[in-house]
Write a protein that binds this ligand. Sequence first.
Ligand code: MGD
Ligand code: MGD
Ligand code: SF4
Ligand code: MO
Length: 692
Amino acid sequence: MNNPSKEVRTHCSYMDHGGCGLLVTVEDGRITKIKPDPEGWLNRGYACPKGLNAHHRLYHPKRLTQPLRRTGPRGSGQWEPVSWDEALDEIAGRLDAIRQRDGARAVAFALGMPKGLDHFAMIRLANTFGSPNLVANQDVCHAPREITGVHTCGFYPVVDFKEPSELVVLWASNPMATHEEGGIGSQLSARLKAGSQLMIIDPHRSEMCEKAKLHLQLRPGSDAALALGLINVIIAEKLYDQDFVAQHTHGFEELAQAAARYTPEEVAAITWLEPEQIRQAARIYASAKPAALAWGNPIEHTNHAFHAARALVCLMALCGNLDVPGGNRAPLDPAIAGLGAFVRADLVPGKRTEMISAHHGVIPRFMTIPPAHLRRAVLAGEPYPVKGMFFFDTNPLLIWADSRLAKQALERLEFLACAELYMTPSAALCDVVLPAAASLEFDDIGHYGLGHGYILARPQVVDPPPECRATSQICCDLGRRLAGEEMWPSDYRALNGMVLEPSGLSWEEFVEAGHLQGPPKYRKYESKGFRTPTGKVELMLSTAGKFGLPPLPAWEGFPEELSGEFPLVLTGRKKLTALHSSYRWVDQLRAHDPEPLMEMHPLDALELGIAEGDQVRITTRQGSIVQKARLSERVLKGTVHAEHGWWFPEDPDHLGGWDRSNFNLLTSAEKLGKQFGTPNLAAIPCRVERAE
Ligand SMILES: Nc1nc2c(c(=O)[nH]1)N[C@H]1C(S)=C(S)[C@@H](COP(=O)(O)OP(=O)(O)OC[C@H]3O[C@@H](n4cnc5c(=O)[nH]c(N)nc54)[C@H](O)[C@@H]3O)O[C@H]1N2
Ligand SMILES: Nc1nc2c(c(=O)[nH]1)N[C@H]1C(S)=C(S)[C@@H](COP(=O)(O)OP(=O)(O)OC[C@H]3O[C@@H](n4cnc5c(=O)[nH]c(N)nc54)[C@H](O)[C@@H]3O)O[C@H]1N2
Ligand code: SF4
Ligand SMILES: [Mo]
């Protein structure tokens, strides 16, 4: 990086699921300003405060800048600096010793939200090491939607904001803040400007709801019931796409029978809605041609995630919205390396039966280990013990359900190491901590392996601090030690090359192009059928018996009942200016979110003697935390909306006050959905009182 001053075009990353094009000003090797790229493919001149402040992550005085080895008890904050070779040799030596003694499966590798190509480099590391146990948050993030989609219609139906729709439905989805599946917040605005109508299904009344034709403010956790209610009306009133259903679906009669009991009256009682609202929603969705349904993360935040996701794919199918422009599409990848080949899935052929979660009977296509299952292995040896773990891009102590259990499990591990930007509460429990390069400091490929139908170029903008390494490079360094030099390149950039190889593009050509997208083909089923065993959308699953799955979507009740002691329903959502537990130490970002806030209805607050700005204690059957009260009519009476991912880097405690305001002290890892091991992060009975 020689030029004294320059502007570099790249894509925002490690900040959410978006892909805003950015123009980054570099002066004397330092980033001084970030602007949105007016020509950004997905964002066209938009960027949020996270992207615009991304460089402040790089220059924080307390950023980790050298490898550290623990010298005192875990979590005591006592470290000594070591060289990279010492640190890597120690990690490789300890993990290998466990492999020699207890087998490769006794070592787990863990990740969080997919951030870049390093996510897939880590999966490759687990595979080349020989372990079937790759832990990730997919139990509560995308697997229920993706895999249920694959079982039902052969693909993961992603909302299509690229083509015109008559109606957009935001169902448990808030793209203006989260930019799920790409840069779609700004794309959604464009769709609305072009005349699409809007329907929102969300217990929180955001500003977007003012633009909506209908907002169903439902009881959190009742989505499966509501979707079945819509199916009921659509079938009873014959509003479905009769040609599509006749030609392309399997099990319509059985679905019709199953849905018959979910009358608007029945469903109204469950969802806290009026029967007429349910009829209206069904008519609006079924009459719009096409309708694009953005289905979000909270669908996956109860142990009934499978049923909720099944019901929603059935709804899309009934109304003929699958794989049509402006509906829910089946994106095709550009010519790039297939995922299986990149991660070397072939090296662990027995994974499906040997992975910890197979013992718990998860859906066989689900190939990552839910954190709840990992902890049963570590703490109870069920189905066999796990003794060592390496992780990056995740902060388990804050983001796994039941943080106390997470702490016990991390502490119980014989050896634990990670790569991080900052000494997070989870890093503080490690034996060795490696200093990671931040995004913008290495060449990266965005959105690979996520089923979005495109990849984004994220060229390096500045050099990392001398002792910080890209996480993909760390995978190469550990891979060469643990799996042999023939299995891993010495320079991580070769991994980018592997992904691009089938495209015939060099890295420079890819950067010049900015992105690669697959062919925009729709209605592929017309020539090829749907990629399910029957070749049709399986409203009733033909594989139900084989995989032990419920054949038809159903409402199985709330995960937990309300009671006199716990009369309110707790849920949450992501905020535009924060990413889970990340970057709480970056002042420029923290300024937007100085402290944890919970929202409750003024009438509930009045009954409980709580005033705006009070510190309140939220208590569930599992635990209790403190956040600051915001009284708001945007939430329903009887509900509480709290923020997750809160810790306090400024705290003198070495674990950053992890147990004060952390939502996941309120969640449990006991009651899990069978298909994905999903715990309940939403719809949790709670009570609230003023904290002293
Ligand atoms: N700014 C920001 N962006 C992010 C992230 C972040 O942390 N911050 N995280 C990224 C990740 S990993 C993910 S998975 C995505 C998630 O992105 P989204 O799917 O948009 O997820 P959420 O914000 O969790 O929830 C969306 C909406 O669901 C509503 N909701 C809550 N409970 C329920 C319920 O029971 N039923 C219904 N129908 N609605 C409910 C919330 O009020 C919220 O408006 O965002 C990504 N983008
Ligand atoms: N209660 C509750 N729990 C939830 C959710 C919820 O809605 N409610 N959402 C769930 C969902 S959808 C997801 S995806 C997970 C997210 O879970 P995680 O991905 O674990 O979330 P983060 O807290 O963002 O942790 C990311 C870690 O990566 C580090 N990091 C950031 N940038 C870099 C980098 O450039 N290099 C390296 N090496 N590290 C970096 C950060 O410092 C941070 O510690 O949380 C889940 N947990
Ligand atoms: S919306 Fe997402 S991708 Fe765009 S600037 Fe913000 S964090 Fe980055
Ligand atoms: Mo996520």
